[in-house]
Design a protein around this ligand. Structure first.
Ligand SMILES: NC(=O)c1ccc[n+]([C@@H]2O[C@H](COP(=O)([O-])OP(=O)(O)OC[C@H]3O[C@@H](n4cnc5c(N)ncnc54)[C@H](O)[C@@H]3O)[C@@H](O)[C@H]2O)c1
Length: 281
C-alpha cells in the first residue's frame, strides 16, 4: 500500500513501546489511527500526542486476546473514520525463565498473548478489509527472536525460550498468510525488531490475567545505560511505514544483525551437507 494518507489503521498494543512508535509514524503520514491497548490511560495519552501533533486519532481500551473486544476496535475505526485499511498487531509478553521452568499455565499465557492475539487480530480485521475491497496491509510484530534462537549468554541477558518459540510461530503464520491474501491486494509483513526501548517486562507482568495465574511481581527495569543502547520507539514508526509502502515480507529495524542470521543459516546448511554426504553413502 503506497498511498497511506487518509487511510485508517488500528494499532493494537499502541499505548507503549513499539506500538506507540508505529502509531506516531503512521499518523505522521496522514493515517487516522485507532490506538487500541488494554491499558486505557496509555492509549489515551498516545492518541492525545497524535492529535497535538495535528494528526487524527481515537483511543480505545481493547483486549487483543478477546474477539468481542477486537470486534469493537474494528467497529470504532469504521464509526470514527469510515473504514479500516491497516492493522499493526503488537501485543506480546515475555517471561525470563528457562524452558524447563515454564509451567503449563505460563505456556498457555505466552502462547495466547504472543501468538493467538496475532491470529485473533487478523481474524477481526479481515472481514472488514474484504468488504471494503480496497486492499489493505497487516503488520504482525514478531522479533529478531523469530529468525534467531539465542540461549541465555553474554549476548542475551535473559532466558527467552518460550518467547522465541512463539515468535518463530508468528513468522511462519505471517509468511503463509501473505501468500494467501496477496490475490486480494492485502499485504502482510512481519516486523522483526532488535532491542527497542519499551515497557515489555512490566506490561507483561501486570496484565497477566487471572485465567493464567494473575499479575506477576514487577520485574527489575533495565539500567539507564542499557536503555540508552536501545532504539527509541519513535524510530520504529518510519521504518514500518517504509516496510508497508515497499510491501516487504520482513521489516528489520536493526539490519546490522544480519551476521547472526547468516551464522544460523550456515549452521543449517552444514547439517544439510552432513545428511547429503550420508545419503551419498
Ligand atoms: N522492545 C523490544 O526490544 C522488542 C523487540 C522485539 C520484539 N518486540 C515485540 O514488540 C511488541 C510490543 O512490545 P514492546 O516491547 O513495545 O512492549 P510495551 O510493553 O512497551 O508495549 C506493549 C503494549 O501492549 C499492550 N498490551 C499488553 N497486553 C495486551 C492485550 N491483551 N491487548 C491489548 N494490548 C495489550 C501493553 O499495555 C503495552 O502498551 C511485543 O510483541 C514484543 O514481543 C519488542
Amino acid at each position: 500500500m503506497r498511498d497511506l494518507s487518509g487511510k485508517t489503521a488500528a494499532v493494537l498494543g499502541g499505548g507503549s513501546g513499539i506500538g506507540l512508535g508505529i502509531a506516531l509514524g503512521l499518523a505522521a503520514e496522514g493515517v487516522n489511527v485507532v490506538v487500541a491497548d488494554i491499558e486505557a490511560d496509555a492509549a489515551s495519552q498516545v492518541a492525545d500526542r497524535i492529535r497535538e501533533g495535528g494528526g487524527s486519532a481515537r483511543d480505545l481500551r481493547t483486549d487483543g486476546t478477546d474477539p468481542e473486544s477486537l470486534a469493537e476496535m474494528v467497529a470504532c475505526a469504521v464509526r470514527e473514520f469510515g473504514g479500516l485499511h491497516l492493522l499493526s498487531n503488537n501485543v506480546g509478553v515475555v517471561l525470563d525463565r528457562p524452558l524447563d521452568g515454564i509451567t503449563r499455565s505460563d505456556w498457555e499465557w505466552i502462547v495466547e498473548f504472543n501468538f493467538f492475539s496475532i491470529v485473533r487480530g487478523v481474524e477481526a480485521v479481515l472481514p472488514r478489509m474484504r468488504e471494503q475491497g480496497e486492499g489493505g496491509h497487516i503488520v504482525n510484530t514478531a522479533s529478531m527472536a523469530a529468525v534467531l534462537a539465542i540461549p541465555k549468554s553474554e549476548r542475551m541477558p535473559a532466558h527467552i525460550g518460550a518467547y522465541t518459540a512463539t515468535k518463530h510461530a508468528i513468522l511462519g503464520y505471517s509468511e503463509i498468510l501473505r501468500g494467501e491474501l496477496a490475490p486480494e491486494g492485502i499485504g502482510v509483513s512481519v516486523l522483526c525488531p532488535g532491542m527497542v526501548r519499551s515497557n515489555l517486562s512490566a506490561t507483561a507482568a501486570r496484565n497477566r490475567p487471572g485465567r493464567h495465574g494473575g499479575p506477576l511481581p514487577a520485574p527489575p527495569q533495565p539500567s539507564g545505560e542499557t536503555q540508552d543502547r536501545m532504539m527509541p520507539p519513535e524510530q520504529v514508526g518510519p521504518i514500518v511505514v517504509d516496510g508497508i509502502r515497499g510491501n516487504r515480507l520482513h521489516i528489520f529495524t536493526h539490519p546490522e544483525s544480519v551476521a547472526l542470521v547468516e551464522d544460523r543459516q550456515r549452521r543449517m546448511l552444514d547439517d544439510f551437507a552432513f545428511f547429503a554426504q550420508r545419503a551419498r553413502g
